[in-house]
Design a protein around this ligand. Structure first.
Ligand code: TMP
Length: 427
């Protein structure tokens, strides 16, 4: 089901065995373990009762002392994760706003020519790009269910992982590629060399390659350990991206920060033979990011404290006879729920608006995912907002429930309780 990692996928640091042996006083050439959450189920393995479940795999992070990349200690077979994929890009107001900013910023760097989106999910961003006047829009995605969904909305999708073969097919379908977009897919990929080879096939001298990755400094700041799951293989500072590109035809061209998903970077790449000078944001970001072993160790320590805090809070509410549920069956909810060891006795269900997740259970547990439409009528006393990156939206949507005495528990960036009549209180 998974393979072990011993080398940094950005800079190549780390060997399984040091052939000369490590002399005393010499630094070790092994990646350094920083966080260990034990065995976890695959975070988006939402299945209905009776359907086969994927197994469990270790959730441990290793830090590279050379380029500061953190990566999972294992790579789960991608076919297991992505062939039938439950994560659907949220059509929420938050996401639409983000897509608006993304398209606006990308337009400043590209013409309205052909766009290839790697990891096109259900085609939501491609539809945005088509509306914004881009010519040919072509998606590449390995999930059969999502490729079919996207095709129904009229976009061309190549149903495959991104590799040299699918890059060639996309080039055929799109003609000369003006823009390549890969939203939150790069850090899901184990073979970065293969990915970059695919980019080399797609990109001409004038192509802008836009890669959206989680902002690791924001993750460290918020201690959002719930974003650590088997799909997220890498936690990448821009310094590590630079180290990776050192051995390729590309260089960093521009970096833009967005608040989406708890903080993200859009990293724009251009080919080395492009004459445009890099944007000052590249140097500024490289100088300001501070990703160290000590920060990752502090992150791991704080994560363990938060798990205990949420578990204690929920168990004491349960002992007081309160009904506690979750809101947003995000992959993050799987991490929290399994890390805390919650069962149906602690959290009676998690509400979600995504059809693909309803009537399934939270992976690794017996906790059901309930149709979001039933939330108000079910009248929970407390709801843990596992979709904390959309909290403002969830709160506005369920305002009536809050008015009738319901209370939110928001787990990130601090475990805190929010009611209409209460000042925010920390758990
Ligand atoms: P994500 O943070 O991984 O995108 O997951 C968020 C989940 O929350 C996703 O399954 C959709 C769900 N959700 C709702 O059910 N209702 C909402 O109003 C919002 C904003 C999200």
């Amino acid at each position: 089901m998974y393979t072990n990692i011993v080398r940094c996928r950005a800079c190549g640091f780390g060997t399984p065995e040091n052939p000369g042996g490590i002399k005393s006083g010499q630094p070790t050439d092994k990646l350094i373990p920083v966080l260990d959450l034990g065995l976890h189920p695959l975070a988006n393995n939402f299945v209905k009762e009776g359907e086969p479940r994927a197994g469990f795999a270790p959730l441990q992070l290793l830090f590279c002392p050379q380029c500061s990349l953190a990566q999972l200690s294992v790579v789960v077979d991608p076919v297991q994760i992505y062939e039938k994929y439950a994560y659907v890009t949220s059509p929420s107001a938050t996401m639409r706003e983000h897509f608006g900013s993304l398209v606006r910023d990308i337009k400043t760097e590209s013409k309205n020519g052909s766009v290839v989106e790697i990891g096109s999910n259900d085609g939501l961003l491609l539809a945005f790009l088509a509306d914004a006047g881009y010519g040919n829009v072509v998606g590449i995605d390995p999930a059969k269910n999502l490729a079919e969904k996207a095709r129904k909305s009229g976009v061309v999708v190549i149903n495959d992982f991104f590799n040299e073969g699918s890059a060639r097919s996309a080039l055929l379908a799109s003609g000369e590629v003006d823009t390549v977009i890969a939203r939150h897919v790069f850090c899901h990929v184990a073979d970065w060399r293969g990915f970059v080879k695919g980019l080399e096939i797609l990109a001409s001298k004038d192509t802008v390659v836009c890669i959206e990755i989680p902002c690791v400094t924001d993750q460290l700041e918020a201690c959002s350990f719930d974003q650590v799951y088997h799909e997220h293989l890498s936690y990448m500072p821009i310094k590590a991206m630079k180290a990776l590109l050192n051995r390729t035809l590309f260089h960093l061209h521009r970096v833009i920060h967005y608040p989406v998903h708890g903080g993200a970077h859009l990293v724009m790449l251009r080919r080395n033979d492009c004459v445009m000078p890099p944007h000052p944001s590249v140097q500024e970001t490289l100088e300001s990011e501070n990703v160290t072993l000590e920060r990752w160790q502090a992150f791991a320590y704080e994560a363990k404290l938060r798990i205990v805090r949420l578990r204690d809070r929920v168990r004491s509410l349960r002992d007081m006879g309160k009904r506690v549920c979750g809101y947003g069956a995000s992959a993050k909810s799987t991490v929290w729920i399994n890390a805390c060891g919650f069962t149906k006795e602690d959290i009676y269900g998690v509400y979600d608006g995504t059809m693909e997740k309803q009537y399934c259970t939270i992976p690794g547990t017996n906790i059901p995912v309930i149709h979001e439409g039933a939330f108000y009528a079910d009248a929970a006393d407390y709801a843990i907002c596992f979709a904390w990156n959309y909290f403002a939206e969830c709160k506005a949507k369920q305002h009536k429930w809050l008015e009738t005495g319901g209370r939110w528990i928001v787990p990130v960036p601090e475990v805190r309780v929010i009611g209409l009549d209460t000042a925010e209180s920390q758990a």
